[in-house]
Design a protein. Structure first.
Length: 159
């Protein structure tokens, strides 16, 4: 049994890739508008990437500030723990209080970083969603225009 090729494009490529006989069947559309729309898509992707990178830089900057504050706090805690001005019980109590403050501050800092990341994600998603919506409208408009041109062309041929 011979196996028949079910690829609809196989015949085209078997004939040397002559696309010219298929072009009259293609629906006409405004290529310039299509390319302008794709250019706008690329610009929007660039804007989204810029916003994403900027947000990551802000998050990294804030994370660095938090780490610096943490290191300073740890140095102060260690210095206070080593000072001989207080009894061991007082140092232990003071250390526990400072550990609790440090923990609460760490949780708040983590929440701040998470909020920054979520805000950045929302900003990028909004940029992309607006462009996708605009792009779909542009595609619909191009398709409607091509359909009207094809209809008016077939009406002229019938006349």
């Amino acid at each position: 049994m011979s196996q028949q090729n079910t690829n609809p494009y196989a015949q085209l490529f078997q004939q040397g890739g002559d696309f010219s006989k298929f072009l009259p069947q293609a629906q006409p559309f405004d290529l310039k508008s299509w390319m302008d729309s794709r250019q706008n898509d690329m610009q929007t992707l660039g804007e989204a990437m810029h916003a994403s990178v900027q947000s990551m830089q802000d998050i990294l900057r804030r994370s660095t500030e938090i780490l610096s504050e943490f290191a300073q706090e740890q140095a102060k805690t260690a210095k206070d723990a080593m000072s001989g001005d207080s009894s061991p019980e007082q140092r232990l109590s003071s250390g526990a209080a400072q550990a609790q403050k440090l923990y609460e501050r760490s949780v708040n800092n983590l929440r701040e970083i998470v909020d920054m990341a979520q805000s950045a994600q929302s900003e990028v998603a909004d940029i992309l969603n607006k462009r996708v919506s605009a792009s779909l409208s542009e595609i619909k408009s191009l398709a409607d225009k091509a359909g009207k041109e094809k209809s008016s062309g077939s009406t002229k041929k019938a006349a």
